[in-house]
Design a protein around this ligand. Structure first.
Ligand SMILES: [Zn+2]
Length: 369
């Protein structure tokens, strides 16, 4: 319980536009514990409310925070009030059946005599858009998306509605440019039980960015067409990559695991083209202040920790810390040296070749090259 309380109370800070906020009510957004606790609370709410109701409902069930109940018409308000009395911050609104139908989750519940029949339901705002048949996506992805859509529509609907649903499937898929014969084939396939279409096999999936035409050929080539290896294509243009600006930027000085460069300022009347390239696992500002304090004693010491120190000690030059730039950011710097090689190769191509790079381990570096 202590750990749980800690997670709930400490997990609800978030930063937006450089301001830190605390969430005052409810479970922390995005925490893995939140849905579980919400579910436990809903269970408790239901148990508690049912106990207090004078007229027990014929049915009272839930899906996460959506309740479904069958109650006598004159008990509707009383039931709602009882549920809302549990906690004033958990309040329900009410939807009552119209002409024997009520939309609940993904389905429309219809009362037919003494029976309830389910039919796939789409919100009036649903656009009916899925991946267009001619879109430059892997064909399997286009087919699977349509298949998922068809299955959901058929499986949430009672047999009696299947003819009507098939017409809707046709309309939706035709609007997304699916050919008629493909739609027919998919509907036929969707009716088969799932395990017949996909016998269980254990594949190792390797993901590759999708390039139209090239990817199909690659997937068929010998290097990937091994028995247990399958290629999973991933699209390179995703909405997430376009709308990813929801988090505040970390300032360069607060970034860690970076490769950075410090240019040399030279000294009075003397310009210098040397730059120092270093890597750090700590925040850049921490590493820079280490450099600054090292520099203060570079004239007293013979054993210089960095190439920057020895350059400044021998030439009397001053590094231009204000012009420090991040060259590369990596989540885990596995090999210092490899990264430096990589940066140098990039760097040399982009800048004038007279720029010299100071290295902490110059000898090893030359040998590796
Ligand atoms: Zn210099």
């Amino acid at each position: 319980m202590e750990i749980l309380k800690f997670c709930i109370q400490e997990g609800r800070y978030f930063k937006f536009k450089d301001t830190i906020y605390t969430q005052l009510k409810g479970m922390p957004i995005g925490a893995p514990t939140s849905p579980i606790i919400a579910d436990i609370i809903m269970e408790k709410l239901l148990d508690n409310s049912i106990e207090k109701l004078r007229y027990k409902p014929r049915l009272l069930t839930k899906y996460v925070d959506d309740l479904f109940a069958i109650v006598r018409e004159n008990q509707v308000q009383n039931t709602l009030d009882t549920l809302n009395n549990f906690d004033k911050s958990i309040q329900f609104t009410l939807e009552i059946k119209i002409d024997g139908t009520l939309a609940y989750l993904d389905s429309e519940i219809n009362r037919r005599g003494n029976q309830l029949k389910l039919k796939w339901y789409k919100k009036p705002t649903a656009s009916g858009r899925i991946i267009n048949f001619n879109s430059k996506h892997p064909k399997s992805m286009i087919i699977n998306t349509a298949m998922g859509c068809i299955r959901r529509m058929l499986h949430t609907s009672d047999e009696v509605y299947h003819d009507q649903i098939k017409k809707e499937i046709f309309t939706i898929l035709r609007n997304n440019d699916f050919p008629k014969y493909t739609i027919k084939k998919l509907i036929k396939k969707a009716k088969l039980p799932k395990n017949i279409q996909n016998p269980e096999k254990h594949f190792i999936f390797k993901s590759l960015a999708y390039v139209p035409q090239l990817s199909e050929r690659l997937a068929k080539s010998d290097c990937y067409n091994k028995e247990n290896v399958k290629i999973a294509h991933k699209p390179s243009n995703t909405l997430k990559s376009i709308f990813n600006k929801t988090k505040s930027n970390i300032s360069n000085m607060d970034k860690s695991n970076v490769v950075y460069k410090i240019p040399c300022k030279g000294n009075v009347g003397e310009t210098c083209n040397n730059i120092y390239v270093g890597t750090t696992k700590s925040k850049l500002k921490t590493r820079l202040s280490q450099h600054k304090s090292d520099l203060k004693q570079c004239h007293q010491l013979n054993n210089h920790k960095t190439a920057l120190m020895s350059h400044c000690a021998t030439s009397g030059h001053i590094p231009n810390f204000d012009d420090t730039k991040i060259l590369h950011k990596n989540n885990t710097i596995i090999n210092d040296l490899l990264l430096k090689c990589y940066i140098l190769s990039k760097y040399r191509q982009r800048y004038d070749s007279t720029i010299r790079v100071m290295w902490t381990i110059p000898l090893i570096f030359t040998n590796t090259c």
